[in-house]
Design a protein around this ligand. Structure first.
Ligand code: FMN
Length: 192
């Protein structure tokens, strides 16, 4: 089983990318988490789409998501919402609209996040939900992970050093993987 992870931060020292990297190591056996970069995704521009179509970086990411069983978003919080780079990526992935259902329709999605502040990106996570509803994705509500005071949770190399958060992250990704596996089994019972 494969899950694609996207971090909503381009920052080299990003806590959210570090959280995804830690999640890679904590996935249950038989489930692989692959982190897909978004640093090559251009700003959405309808003129660019009209003249050149979907950029190669977007098309590649689309196919990675389509080929996967689930999508894990790790989002920072910017002004109580989803950062522009993540929303921009989702907007591109939803184009052309006739292809949006293939990428997002029924897509199993989990949202987690980290912030140096006290609330761990909860408002950004909530702000992502109307977007997923619009795209007819299927968010997982069985767990919640909002890593607060992130500067004390990761070391200077971005390694997760807080054992409580590590246990929370393990529970979160295992819960999502179970949800994805159950949905997969329901779709094709013979492969269960
Ligand atoms: C434009 C901007 C707005 C921000 N707004 C919030 C906010 O509303 N809540 C919050 O907890 N942190 C906020 N922050 C701080 C981010 O949580 C912090 O920069 C965090 O490290 C970003 O995630 P990253 O480490 O994955 O890059 C903001 C940062 C920026 C640059």
């Amino acid at each position: 089983m494969k899950i694609i992870g996207i971090s909503g931060s381009l920052r080299r020292g990003s806590f959210n990318t570090a959280l995804l990297r830690a999640a890679v190591e904590l996935m249950p056996s038989g489930t692989q988490l692959e982190i897909a970069p978004i640093d090559q995704i251009p700003l959405y521009d309808g003129d660019l789409e009209a003249s050149s179509g979907i950029p190669a970086s977007v098309a590649t990411l689309k196919e990675r998501i389509v080929a996967a069983d689930g999508l894990l978003l790790s989002t920072p919080e910017y002004n109580n919402s989803v950062p522009g780079v993540l929303k921009n990526t989702i907007d591109w992935l939803s184009r052309p609209s006739a292809d949006s259902a293939r990428v997002f329709g029924g897509r199993l999605v989990a949202i987690m996040g980290a912030s140096p502040g006290a609330y761990g990106s909860v408002q950004a996570q909530a702000a992502g939900l109307p977007v997923l509803r619009r795209l007819r994705a299927q968010p997982w509500f069985g767990g919640r992970l909002a890593v607060a005071r992130a500067a004390g949770v990761f070391d200077q190399n971005g390694v997760l050093v807080d054992e409580t958060v590590r246990a929370q992250l393990r529970d979160f990704v295992h819960g999502f993987a179970q949800f994805v596996a159950a949905a997969r089994a329901a779709k094709s019972p013979s492969s269960a």
